[in-house]
Design a protein around this ligand. Structure first.
Ligand code: NI
Length: 165
């Protein structure tokens, strides 16, 4: 396992579209482990492969920090979304920056697990938000693109850091 460098605001890679994973092999599993470790080390609740410089459709999410394994999804796709909720959102690529974003508060996402098996994840509230946020990353879309105008704020120190994705 290893920590990887998190790409930050302004890095052009964050605007690129990630490619689907064709074969789920040990190299992919190693990348996922590194993403998980990098996310936790930065106190984030979600991370996408592009944020560590790899243009592959992979996301890792841990909204609870309850010791249970993180959600790891390869080639995730939102198949159903409903509801609407306003979230205070951050991103590991935008340290200390937060904004209000309106997203569905319930989603169903399909993808593959670390063994290449199809899985379906149901997410509500914060998990729904995190799934949408990370899947947006895979298409080069960032929370600042869809935030409510005028809500971007800079918050010093660790306040609200648990919202970083
Ligand atoms: Ni993010």
């Amino acid at each position: 396992m290893a920590l990887r460098e998190i790409r930050l605001e302004g890095d052009e890679i964050l605007r690129k579209k990630s490619r689907p994973v064709e074969v789920v092999d040990d190299k992919i599993r190693e990348l996922i482990k590194d993403m998980d470790e990098t996310m936790h080390a930065a106190n984030g609740v979600g991370i996408s492969a592009v944020q560590v410089g790899v243009l592959k459709r992979i996301i890792v999410i841990d909204v609870n920090y309850d010791g249970k394994p993180s959600i790891k999804l390869i080639n995730p796709e939102i198949v159903k979304a409903k509801g609407e909720e306003e979230f205070q959102e951050g991103c590991l690529s935008f340290p200390n920056k937060f904004a209000k974003v309106i997203r569905p508060n319930e989603v169903i996402v399909k993808g593959l697990d670390e063994n290449g098996k199809p899985v379906t994840i149901k997410g509500k509230d914060l998990l729904a938000e995190a799934l949408c946020h990370e899947i947006d990353h895979l298409d080069g879309r960032l929370f600042v693109d869809i935030m409510e105008p005028g809500t971007l704020e800079y918050i010093e120190d660790d306040q609200g850091k648990e919202n970083d994705k």
